[in-house]
Every structure is written in C-alpha cells, then in structure tokens.
Design a protein around this ligand. Structure first.
Ligand code: GDP
Ligand code: MG
Length: 436
C-alpha cells in the first residue's frame, strides 16, 4: 500500500527541524519507489524525485508543518507542475466543431464519445455523434444505445465501409440540422497497426478537427505510454483522455504520458456510466497518485488552525504585552494536537529560546501543564502576583517540586521579556517605515 510506504518514508524525517541532504535522501528514495509502484515510469520517477530533492533542500520548515509533511507538499506541487499545472479545456471552433476520437480498441473510445456528448449537451451545445467504427457492426449499436440514453442523435451508415465518407456525410447532416458539435468515434485495433493508423491519419487531415483526442486505458501502465507516443507521432493529437481510473488504479500513467508526449490530459473517465467523466485537474491527480489526500488536508488544516485564529489572538496579546499562562497553556495544547513538537515550538515567540537545551517530547510538557493547571485563574492571567508562598502552594498542588515551579516562572519571564523586546523592535521598524 502506497500510503503506508510513504508513511514509512516520512517517518525518517519526523522530528528534524530542517530539511537536509541526509534526512531527505532516504525519504526521496521511498517516494521514488512509491511512484514507480503507482505506474510512473522509472526514468520519470527519478527525474521527479531529483527535482523534489532540489526543491526541498535547505527549505526552512514552516512553523506548523513538519519536514515530512512539507516534503509531501513539495512532492504534490512538483507532480502538479509535471502534469501541466492547471486544467486545459478542449477547443471548440468551426461550424460545426469537429472532435475526433482516437485510440486502441477497448480503450474506451465509444464510451467516452457518449460521455463527452452528454457533457457538451449539459453545457448547452447541440451535439451529433458519428459511428465511424466500420469494422465491427456491434460498435454502431453500442453508440446508438448510448445516444438514446443521453438524448443525443447518432449518425451512422451501416452499409458504408468508408469511414471518411461517413464522417463527411455526418458533417453535412450536422450543418443541415443545426448541430454545432460533431464527435467522431473511430475504430481501433488491439495493437497499433498500419492500416488503422493510416485511416485515422486520413480522417484527421480531411476533417481538420478542432480537437483530436487520444483515449487510453490507464490500467495498461507502460504500454499506455508507448501507445501514446506512437499515436502522437502520427496524429499530433491535442489532448489525452485517461480511462478506467476507477477502482484502485493510481494514475501514474498520467505523469508518464504527459512527460513523454507533452500534451495535456483533458478528461478522466472513472467508470462505465455516462456520468463517470471528470475534467482533468493536475493538482487532484497529484493528490491521487500520492494517495495521501488525508495527509495533505491535515497539513492544510494545521496551517489554518495555527495561522489564522489562534496566531492572530496570541499576536494581539503579545503586542499588548499581555501574554499570560492561559495563552501559554492554549499554545501547548495546540502544539500537542499537531504533533512533532520541536518543529512547532517556534510558533510561540521566544519559546524556542526559552526551551533551548531541553529535550522536548510530548511527556516533557506534562510537568509544565501540571504546574500551570495548579494555578488559580487569577494567577494565570496575572503571573506577576505569583510570589513565594503561591509558588509553594502551586508546587504542592501539582506534585512537582519548587525548583521546577521556579524554573517555569523564570522561563516564562524570559519569554515575556523577549516578546517585549520584539514589540519594541517592531515599533522601531514601523517608525522607520513611516519616515521613509
Ligand atoms: P473502444 O473499443 O475504445 O470503443 O472501447 P469501449 O468504449 O467499447 O470500452 C471498452 C470497455 O471498457 C467497455 O466494456 C466499457 O464499458 C469499458 N469502459 C470504458 N471506460 C471505462 C471506465 O472509465 N471505467 C471502466 N471500469 N470501464 C470502462
Ligand atoms: Mg468503440
């Protein structure tokens, strides 16, 4: 399972605050293995992970994200870029606009022809489907059934054995009946063969389609890439349709194909039903390939939770020199929720320094928490009132010794001093800014 493998890969990084060559190497190797398992071609996987490594090296770890999580993000970003960055729409120009469907037999051309018809109809276009698979009589019926299902007319000439003639007649028919889009379904062989190639080449030359799509079964892995290459050399198609991405197909083929032919993937097909069609979004596919949507959204949630609400509130308190033990406690709670405490310490200004030299893990917060919880609400809000006798009472109440209480008070004091200093510096900078 890919997620598990990546989990293992990222574990290596847990607890380290900065991404360095050493802690990246193992992880990158694991990511590469995971990509290959997801059907990404070996060479491509290597290129991707080399890029990820370059990108990740030396990047400071964001305050609320662990290095492992950051690497996940970088990986996702790189994969997204590799698949073109953002979606690319199909081009519909001409009257009628002609869309030519190419691909091997069984790749899902006829099914996709129906789906695209339904999709365009939904977008308000008048569509005509054309059955140009002249070799299999059943293919015409298959398209007719789909056409009926989606309420779109299907043009066919069962007796005619000339695909180009049929297509030309269909276009004439579309003009006559006011159809603005013609989708031409074609024949395919089980493997690339010369006759089929010549036929589709001829169709493309004669019909001058505004969009030629290459349909490919994503489950065929490396074969899909080779077929794409062959078709592109002959047809110079405009876009790719990836089919059979339902089930647990990872979709690594998307990266390989994009990489090899450098043509955008425009649609993905995720089932046999007419509604199982999606516009291709590189970012979503990257997420799918990594199989770690959960991790990514978790990272994002963590960032949000920290950045927005709490950080704003705490920053306001710091600016007013008003940071107290309640705030301290709430920060500790947040930090604990996020895990990977060392990386998160920097979130609290001054905290990193105050805690320096301490070996920090979840348990090292327990005594601190116990001490703070033994303070009265008033003591937490106004730490200055905590005198000697109060310290003794707090130590007894929390089951810690007086030295620990004193240490915490000292650390907290240092922290507040630093915060004050930062405020002054910020104030000076602002004043300078106003003068300039
Ligand atoms: P063609 O020979 O290229 O026209 O391929 P078809 O459209 O006839 O599809 C071949 C088989 O694949 C049919 O049984 C389809 O129902 C099935 N199929 C097509 N697209 C998908 C898909 O996205 N997912 C699944 N599971 N099956 C599909
Ligand atoms: Mg077919």
């Amino acid at each position: 399972n890919l997620s598990l493998k990546l989990d293992r890969a990222f574990k290596t990084l847990k607890g380290t605050g900065k991404i360095t060559e050493i802690n990246v190497a193992t992880t990158v190797k694991e990511i590469r293995r995971a990509l290959i398992d997801a059907d990404v071609n070996y060479k491509v996987a290597k290129e991707v992970t080399d890029k990820i490594k370059d990108e990740a090296m030396g990047r400071d770890v964001l305050i609320s994200v662990s290095p492992g999580q950051l690497l996940v993000k970088i990986t996702q970003e790189e994969l997204t870029k590799l698949m073109g960055g953002s979606k690319v729409d199909i081009k519909l120009s001409g009257d009628p606009a002609v869309i030519l469907i190419s691909g091997l037999q069984g790749s899902g051309k006829t099914t996709f022809t129906g789906k695209l018809g339904a999709f365009l109809k939904k977008n308000g276009r008048q569509v005509l489907l054309v059955a140009c698979d002249i070799y299999r009589p059943a293919a015409i019926d298959q398209l007719k059934v789909l056409g009926e299902q989606i309420g779109v007319e299907v043009y066919s000439e069962p007796e005619n054995k000339n695909a180009l003639q049929i297509a030309n007649n269909a276009i004439a028919h579309a003009k006559k009946t006011g159809k603005k889009t013609v989708i031409v379904d074609t024949a395919g062989r089980l493997a690339v063969d010369e006759q089929m190639m010549q036929e589709i080449e001829q169709l493309k030359k004669a019909l001058n389609p505004s969009e030629t799509l290459f349909v490919v079964d994503s489950m065929t892995g490396q074969d899909a890439v080779n077929t794409a290459k062959t078709f592109d050399e002959r047809l110079d198609f405009d876009g790719v349709v990836l089919t059979k991405l339902d089930g647990d197909t990872r979709g690594g083929a998307a990266i390989s194909i994009r990489h090899v032919v450098n043509k955008p993937i425009k649609f993905i097909s995720t089932g046999e039903k007419m509604e199982n069609l999606d516009i291709f979004h590189p970012d979503r596919m990257a997420q799918r390939i990594l199989g770690m949507g959960d991790v990514i959204s978790l990272v994002e949630r963590a960032q949000q939770a920290f950045d927005e609400d709490e950080a704003k509130r705490i920053n306001a308190k710091i600016r007013q020199n008003n940071f107290n033990f309640d705030d301290f406690l709430s920060q500790l709670e947040q930090v604990k929720k996020m895990g990977n405490i060392k990386d998160l310490m920097g979130m609290i200004p001054g905290m990193g320094k105050a805690m320096k030299g301490l070996d920090i893990d979840d348990d090292s917060f327990k005594p601190i928490e116990a001490i703070i919880r033994s303070m009265t609400p008033k003591e937490r809000q106004q730490p200055d009132i905590i005198n000697g006798s109060r310290r003794k009472r707090i130590a007894d109440g929390s089951g810690r010794n007086i030295t620990e209480v004193n240490n915490l008070m000292k650390q907290f004091d240092d922290m507040r001093k630093l915060m004050k200093q930062m405020n002054k510096m910020g104030g000076a900078k602002q004043a300078l800014g106003r003068m300039m």
